[in-house]
Design a protein around this ligand. Sequence first.
Ligand code: GDP
Ligand code: IMO
Ligand code: MG
Length: 425
Amino acid sequence: MPANIVIGTQWGDEGKGKVIDILASRAQVVVRSQGGNNAGHTVVSGGQTYKLHLVPSGILYPDTMCLVGAGVVLDPKDFIGEIDEMERRGISTKNLKIDPRAHVVMPWHITLDGLSETFRGGNDIGTTKRGIGPTYMDKYERCGIRVCDLIDPVLLEQKARSTGELKNKIITAVYGGQAHDLDAVIAEYKAYGERLKPYVADVSVLTYEAYKAGKTILFEGAQATLLDIDFGTYPFVTSSHPLSGGVCVGTGVGPKMIDNIIGVAKAYTTRVGKGPFPTELFDETGETIRNKGGEFGTTTGRPRRTGWFDAVIVRHSVRVNGLDGLAINKLDTLSGIGDLKICTGYVKPDGTKLHDFPSSLEELAECAPIYEEFPGFDDDISACRKFEDLPETCRKYIERLEELCECKVVMVGVGPDRDQQIERQ
Ligand code: GDP
Ligand code: IMO
Ligand code: MG
């Protein structure tokens, strides 16, 4: 299997970082294709926890090439911070490369993300305020600054000054905010460009060369299907395509290269930020899942909203991503919480039943979940390493998820460590 994609099937934070770290042990190249430092991917190995935002989750393997593709939006300050942190912890970044076409998150993008969220008042999206939306807006407006500009002091000066003047006007005249000191920004970003120059290389070419050489490639998804700008819960989404289809566009490779697509889900559902969430739990069970599962955002620290597993959502993900297999993480979190529920479909106030995830947010907001109940389990499953080791209740739960989601479960997570994973294939 030379080229595999790992993507999120719910609203993010499914444990993609962990699955990628495990699969990266069998890959020579790991590539990120979209998103930015709104992502927070946790890798736990040998008692050490690594929280990665822009650096691909293959970084713990010294010989693995870690590539950041053209579709990523790169905050150079945060990226350099992550590189420094890795090096400080003894993790080499010598095989880390970033595509010159990737767009740069500038300080005005972060300012505008915050100002527009404040302006929306109660109708805010609940973004990570990392400037992700405004950076993608400039990319599509065709006035963005790319990594190839960042590393060229003359181009950077020209582009940052002209765009910066326009952005300052918007910040001050529209929002009444504080203008950025462009001289200071240009000086700061020139230094970032100088620092990042050795990391810049054509990721499309590197990926293709690796593919031709028969190397195993792993494409690392960030965010998730329901945060996709088209197939997610718009407008409560991110500004990129976290779908399997987005991988080719964001990396610069053809779809025929891809062999296997794995979708990651939790054994329940979580979401950070706003928007309808049909299986959300507002009771003690939801609180228990949050505390037991450590459901607090890796990037912003916000408490994650929690709810039962929603098979309508994951079935939608199986279809839009063409999934070959599912990795179900955090089954251990459900131990001891009492009987379990799985949402199999939705019902609307007029009694109409929905099998497929609706396109309209208003329709989703009025949907009530149809549940199937399952006996819970109290066993500590964190030491199980084979599917057969799991208690019967757990196996039945997973097998039912497979039926409802119409996809084989190929991995089951029973703890945060890279060793705490059951593989079925
Ligand atoms: P990502 O954004 O999809 O990479 O996921 P995050 O890292 O943001 O959040 C997943 C959290 O769950 C992290 O704290 C992981 O260490 C943890 N995790 C992943 N898999 C498991 C699992 O099977 N069991 C438990 N208990 N924790 C897990
Ligand atoms: P990983 O890769 C969970 C959410 C934000 C917000 C919406 C838009 O760790 O799974 P943005 O800053 O992207 O404009 O915010 O998207 N969001 C995530 N939620 N996990 C993520 O990434 C997310 N990245 C963005 O909370 O609701
Ligand atoms: Mg995360």
